[in-house]
Design a protein around this ligand. Sequence first.
Ligand code: 26Q
Length: 818
Amino acid sequence: MFGLMDEFLKNDPVSLQKDILDHVEYTVARSRFSFDDFEAYQALSHSVRDRLIERWHDTHQYFKKKDPKRLYFLSLEFLMGRSLSNSVINLGIRDQYADALNQLGFDFEVLAEQEGDAALGNGGLARLSACQMDSLATLNYPAWGYGLRYQYGLFRQIILDGFQLEQPDYWLNFGNPWEIERVHVSYPVKFYGTVEDEGLNGEKMKVWIPGETVEAVAYDNPLPGYDTRNAINLRLWAAKPSGQYDMESYNTGDYISAVVDRQKAETISNVLYPDDRSYQGKELRLKQQYFFVSASLQDIIRRFKDSHDNFDDFPDKVALQINDTHPSIAIAEVMRVLIDEEHLSWNKAWDIACKIFSFTTHSVQPEGLEKIPVDLLGNVLPRHLQIIYDINYNFMEELKKKIGQDYDRLSRMSIIEEGGVKSIRMANLSIACCHTVNGVSRVHLELLKMRVFKDFYELWPQKFQYKTNGVTQRRWMVVSNPNLCSLISKWLGTESWIRNIDLLAGLQQYASDPDLQYEWEMAKKVNKMRLAEYIETLSGVKVSIDAMFDVQIKRIHEYKRQLLNILGIIHRYDCIKNMEKSDRRRVVPRVCIIGGKAAPGYDIAKKIIKLCHAVAETINNDADIRDLLKLVFIPDYNVSVAELVIPGSDLSQHISTAGHEASGTGSMKFLMNGCLLLATYDGATIEITEEIGADNMFLFGAKVNDVPALRKKGAELKAPLQFARVVRMVRDGYFGFKDYFKSLCDTVEDGKDFYLLGYDFASYLEAQAAADRAFVDKEKWTRMSILSTAGSGKFSSDRTIEEYAKETWGIEPCKCPF
Ligand code: 26Q
């Protein structure tokens, strides 16, 4: 199988050039004597893709031969961003391509900028899936990702007069060289219809007679590991009209409407739902969930049956990971397939389901948990509803044996929620079946145990675990911050940290070394210049790179408290305005940078964006303030914007109300890049503090366990005067739009301030003042920065994936020989 080794594509500059030019001519269909940057990018990508496909084929043949237990990672969202740079770095051929392109008169970096982002996800959860896929490939795990190939990714954010507008992200417009359409890998997915009782060999059987069939077609996205031959697959499904026609409507002559109806099938994979955790019970969303789950399971079972004929072996060969509850209909689908199609007994099927599924939850609020109205589920997936009822019946019987007739607790734990709209609680279904329920940070698990899933924890304590999130250093350091990386490799004397991140700890011993400090500051300066140019092109605001770049980039949400940040900026502005001119010399200049999208239906979040622009308008145009303070909003925040902004930041803010951020992963990216954190004790920040020491961060605010008591105090909890003053400035129309901002100001009034902005304000300002003091002491700041990078090792997704592999999935590496 590997005898063809010497026929592999060659990677010397001459072969690469020939390859690129051939793609210009035959793939892009342009003349090799005349093509622009975009065409060059297309040809280049196809050339890289050829190399990817080679490894991907070998990996899959090898997996087939070895037949290890495989992990199937089911997620409705993957936020992959761009692929070019990441691919050539992981394949180890970036420099060769850069040389080849140079000789053709092109710059690799310029071509890489031509690529659009694949934004098939919302935020943290989706980018986490992408980081974990990179680690799975790099660590040689036999894993597959499964998801949906949306035609429209997360909306594009346009800012008009400071207001957010959403525009569709038709990302496939110019083709996507990173995917391989597999027209022959397709499965029918069924919806609607009825369930009938039938007798088979004297046994009663349920038969689902569906009302609609849609075809799922596979699009494969090869994902290369770093420094390995392994390349794994992310298989995304697209909906196509089914090959099975409704002959009747054709024959009755209604040809046009029959074709139009068939075409409607495609809407299933059309558009990604923006993250609105309270937006539930939509039919299309349920169809998306089932569509990708059904196709993936058909694919997984077909692969299993290729080499096995007994389902007893299934749990030894298959681990299914459910990324949040979004794919949890898979549990009912596995039961349906095993019972109705494979004719296993209920008990056998349930035993298998309980052994193969594991579940990770990413939320902290019980009200954020997914519910599907029974009527909706019964209509779209009638057989699944029956199965869920049966699962619940068995679960309730088992529970009664353990806890007796405690009806309150039984009804809290039931998979079925009675009441106004009778619904299926997808989290309860997931916990009832999965062998493991993982939280995403240590404190998140505590919250799950003590609050969100308390009843379940008491019943099955052993199911509940946590795996602190991590991010991949390949993308978040090597791709996005090459200056810093070459510096690190030089000082460590090795590049091995790219695969073994614990080696970064070796930087600690040099943290005070003046030579490293100098080089470290220079690397930061270059990144700040790049960011400053970007800001100027975007917003016309000129910023000084001597100022502290203070950044908060993430989805806009009340609990993430961008409003606290903006109110802090208003306070800073107000202080400068009221200072004697001579005192202004002591002010540490700041460039405050905010970026993020608000869910289209989330009013308050949209007002926060507008307030940011209104405040920026006032401050940036106040001649009195000059370079002492600037505020810029970066529009259309996405993965590639993050890659540019993070390396150029000095300070980053992670200031959620304690107990609300399950983990947070942005903080880890900043940490790796030597940006200091200004943060609350929430999510993974608590663990970051343990790794790098509280004195290397700026921490503030109420702790997780303080929050419930503080909330109880209500209006008794008086916000400090400084807070009242800045809120009053907004209320009184200092920044205009007085009426529009009223409801936003109302959310932080005494007694209504659910996210405790008023309570945390004073300590927030203190933390900011500490950051100012540290920044003017360059030696101290740079040492803190080096120690941040040096202490970031724990937050690599490589560590997270090793833990999942050993403790949850039970999979072993399967390394394809070179
Ligand atoms: C639900 C119903 C309908 C439509 C959309 C949704 C939906 C979509 C996305 C609900 C939630 C999400 C995303 C959640 C998310 O990103 N959570 C974040 O996960 C990160 C990775 O674990 C954590 O670091 C963050 O703390 C957590 O907020």
